[in-house]
Every structure is written in C-alpha cells, then in structure tokens.
Design a protein around this ligand. Structure first.
Ligand code: NAD
Length: 499
C-alpha cells in the first residue's frame, strides 16, 4: 500500500491480491506505532488477502491532533461547501461502484450482488448528508417585543466512530456524512476483519475535496477502541457492534463526558399468522434470515408461527432448500464464527429440536472458505439458547404458538429490541402487533424493516445504549450541539450610513 490511489482490481470471486491496511492520518497512509499487524482473510477462499496494522493510544493521539488542526478551518466552511464534498463523494462512489462492491465482497464474503446492495445503501446515506444543507436550519422566533431567539447547530469538534465487520462501507456511512457536514473532524475505527472498504472511503473523500486531516482512520482492535473511549478531547463517539461491547463502550466513553451512542446486537422476531399472504411471507422470511448469510443485525432470527401456518412453513423450508451456496448465500466471516453457528445447531439438535433444513457441511466446490447453509430449527422451546441468543448466521428458529398474544409475549421477553415484523393481510392485526412489539424498528410484511433515509436507524433495550438514533436527521443532532442565540437590538434612527 502506497500513498497513491488504492484501486482494487478484482472483478470476479477468484481474484487474490495481498494488500496492507495502514492508518490514514492527515491524508497519508501511516504505519502504526506498535509495528504489530494481523492477517485479513478472504472468507470465500479461507486465506489471507492482506494485513492490518494494530494501533494504540499514541496512534489515536496522532489522529486526534490531525483532526483537531484540520477541523478548526473545516468548521468555518459554509455548510453548503461542506455538503458539496458529499455530492462529489456520491458521484465518485457511483463511478467506482463495481470496484467498491468487489472489494467488500472479497473482504467480507458477501455475494457480489449483496455487496453492491450495501454500497448503494451507503450512497443513499451520503445523499442524505449532501441534503443536510437544506435541512440544517435551526429555527428562530421573535419571543418578545424586539427580542429574537434562534438556534444554530454547531459542530462538537473531533468525534469518532467504531464499526463492525458486517457492512464495511455502509455502516461507516451511517455516521460520516452527518458528522462531516456538521463541521466535525472524524476518526473512524473499522473492524480489523474488514479494513479495506473504509480505506477506499478515505481516499474517495480526499478526491472529493475534503481537506486532509478532517477524516482519519485508525486500524486495530480493542486497544485502539479503548483509547478512543478514554480520550478526553474526543467529544462524541458512535459505535455499532455486539451488545457486550456496545454496553462497555457506552459506559467507558460516558465517563469522559463524551456524547455516546452505541448500537448493539439483535435477536429479531417475525410473527406469521394464518391469514398471511403465502407467497409474500414465505419468500420474505427466507430472504430475511438468509440474506448476507444471516450476518446482519436486521436478519430474522425467530419465527413465531401462530396457529395453522404449516402451509407457510412448508414453503419457507422448500425455498430455503433451493438456495445455492456461493450464489445466493455468501461466506461466513471467520472460521471461528462458522464454528459458533454450527455449535448452536449441534446444541439444538442434541436438545431434541427438529433440524428441518440443515446447513452444516454445505460448501462451495473447490473453496476452502467458511460456509454455513440455510438452517431451520423447528418446534423450538422459547427458553433454548438458539431461541434467545444472537447466532449471527443463516439460522431460523421456529417457535409454534396458539395465539398472537403468546407470540407477542415471547417477543417482549427478549432483552434485545432491534427489529420485529408481522406477516398478515389484516390491518387490525398488524396494528396490534406493531403497537406491542418491544423493538425500535417494526415491519409489516417486511422482514428487514430498515428505515430508509431520512428516517433514523436504531433499536431499543439491549440493542442500543445512549439517546437518539443514528442516520437521518437524528444523526445530525447527535453530531452537533445547539447554540441558542437571544438578541435584542436598540432601535436606530432611520437615517444611518446605509440610507
Ligand atoms: P464486535 O462487537 O465484535 O466489533 C465491533 C467493533 O468493536 C470492531 O471495530 C471491533 O474491533 C471492536 N471491538 C471488539 N471487541 C472489543 C472490545 N472488547 N473492546 C473494544 N472494542 C472492541 O462486532 P462484530 O462481530 O464486528 O459485528 C457483529 C455484531 O454487530 C453483531 O452483534 C450485530 O448484531 C452487531 N451489529 C449491530 C448493528 C445495529 O445497528 N444494531 C448493525 C450491524 C451490526
């Protein structure tokens, strides 16, 4: 890796090239001070495609100093000019869509189509950032005779984002557009398993005209994240990842007085009732639990089948069996993750659960990568680990119940609260379910109910620690602080130097 453009030439799954992920500080690729690196694997091949540096507090400090210096001037740019950089980033991402999609397919293991869909969703987030210039008006009012109050959204200074492996380009773009257009300096800590998509973003932002130092990348693991949480000068940090880390980081970062917003893991419940549309619900349930090989926080995890829904379950089983490994189902990010997923299936089988579709041992011919096929565990009891813990793989757990109330009770007992959905053709049933779900993002006949821009993204309960949501207008509010200006002017004579 040099300081020149990092073009990833892959245009098929077979390509292998060794690349090095360094830190991006002040617009330069920089080695970490620890000198330590770890391999980055291509999950489809099961072999290293590159390496990533591991950073410590001194690297975070270097990124902080670069960001602090650059941010002072960046904050003085009019918001329209800051948003212009995002417009250019959008065009550059569109021009480089294939490259960005192949890059993240290689580092993450997603199929090319799924990788491309996630880059496109990232572009939608950039578009939201570009439109903030037309929305960022804080409001004003004459609150008394001759007295006016107005609100101005001011940047916080230097802020940071820590992101997971499962959407290497999209999740950073849940944070970066709002934070930058607001006038902050930004430090991104990508997942050490997928550093390359973020690196490409750094270069494209530079190409789009972002001044060096406004956006920086620190690579590494736990040590670099803790240094971000403990840094007194970093004024806000957002996190997306698993619940235990989200909770730890929220508490640790809050001790320094930082604004913290930490999105955690999930165990999403889908409820299907007998009047549901057979084709729509069965196809949708299958794509919800198998999309991105189940490695997404919005994936279906538990299907609560109410009453006589056997016809729909039969279709779900049949459709899941037809999916092709490597074409419809991507790879699992690491061998360890594959073993964790298979462990849950083994455990459920040993407890007497019916493995209606078995993804264990499903592979892609000639690949040494990490694969688990679609798996359906049927007739599961509510308290079992496969019904309550986050598996983060293409595994659907079916719990059969007699009534909608029973289904809602089970959903409500989950400590998570990211997403939930109901499949029905009845508006009344849909309303009843949506109003009672203990989840921040609810779907009606949609198994992956991601709020699209300008609506904000965020769950409830153990799926989120902190206040507000990410993306959309809420994202802009998170990365800013409101200044209230109250003004009263002495009346001047009509005759002034302006007359
Ligand atoms: P993870 O929690 O292991 O890692 C996320 C980030 O935290 C990475 O950058 C990692 O380097 C860092 N990290 C890991 N352990 C740490 C520790 N002990 N201290 C400090 N930092 C640490 O998550 P992951 O495996 O990369 O991603 C999968 C998880 O993310 C799943 O639980 C999934 O549900 C969740 N997720 C949630 C959302 C959401 O919007 N709620 C979105 C995507 C993913």
């Amino acid at each position: 890796m040099t300081n020149s453009n990092f073009d990833f030439p892959a245009r098929d799954y077979d390509f292998t090239e060794y690349v090095e992920a360094k830190n991006w500080i002040g617009g330069e690729w920089t080695p970490s001070s620890t000198g330590r690196t770890e391999p980055v694997y291509n999950p489809r091949h099961g072999e290293a495609m590159g390496s990533v540096v591991f950073s410590d507090a001194s690297d975070v400090q270097a990124a902080f100093e670069a960001a602090q210096k650059a941010q002072k001037d960046w904050a003085q740019w009019p918001i329209r000019e800051r948003a212009e950089v995002l417009y250019k980033l959008k065009s550059l991402m569109e021009e480089n869509l294939d490259e960005l999609s192949w890059l993240l397919s290689h580092e993450n293991g997603k199929t090319f189509d799924q990788a491309k869909a996630s880059v496109l969703k990232g572009i939608e987030c950039v578009e939201m950032g570009a439109s903030l210039q037309n929305m960022a008006d804080g409001g004003q009012l004459d609150v008394s005779r001759g007295v006016n109050c107005r609100v101005v959204h001011e940047p916080l200074g230097v802020v940071a984002g820590v992101v997971p492996f499962n959407f290497p380009t999209m999740v950073p773009l849940w944070m970066i557009p709002q934070a930058l257009v607001a006038g902050n300096g930004f430090i991104l800590k990508p997942s050490e398993r997928v550093p390359f998509g973020s690196m490409r973003l750094g270069e494209l932002l530079q190409q789009a005209g972002l001044p060096d130092g406004v956006f920086n990348i620190i690579n590494g693991g736990k040590e670099s994240v803790q240094a971000i949480a403990d840094h007194e000068g970093i004024k806000a940090a957002a996190f997306v990842g698993s619940t235990p880390v989200a909770k730890l980081l929220y508490e640790r970062g809050s001790k320094t007085g930082k604004k913290m917003l930490c999105l955690g893991g999930a165990k999403n419940h889908l409820v299907v009732v007998p009047d549901a549309d057979r084709e729509l619900s069965s196809s949708n349930i299958v794509s919800s639990f198998t999309g991105c090989a189940g490695q997404r926080c919005m994936a279906a995890a538990v299907l609560l089948a109410v009453g006589d829904t056997q016809h729909i379950i039969d279709d779900v089983i049949e459709k899941a069996q037809q999916l092709e490994m490597g074409v419809d189902i991507g790879a699992i990010v690491t061998e360890e993750s594959k073993e964790r997923i298979v462990g849950y299936i083994d455990q459920a089988e040993a407890a007497g659960v019916d493995v209606a579709v078995d993804g264990r041992g499903k592979e892609v011919a000639g690949s040494d990568g990490w694969w688990v096929g679609p798996t359906i565990l049927d007739n599961v009891e509510p308290g079992m680990p496969c019904a309550t813990e986050e598996i983060f793989g293409p595994v659907l757990t079916i719990i059969r119940v007699d009534t909608l109330d029973e289904a809602l009770e089970i959903e409500n007992e989950s400590p998570f609260g990211n997403a939930a959905a109901i499949y029905t053709t009845s508006g009344g049933i849909a309303e009843r379910a949506v109003n009672r779900f203990e989840a921040g993002m609810c779907g009606v006949n949609i198994g992956v109910p991601v709020p699209r821009e300008p609506f904000a993204f965020g769950g409830w309960n153990d799926s989120k620690f902190g206040h507000g949501d990410m993306t959309g207008w809420d994202g802009f509010l998170f990365w800013t602080r409101p200044r209230k200006v109250t003004s009263k002017w002495a009346l001047q004579s009509d005759e002034t130097w302006m007359s």
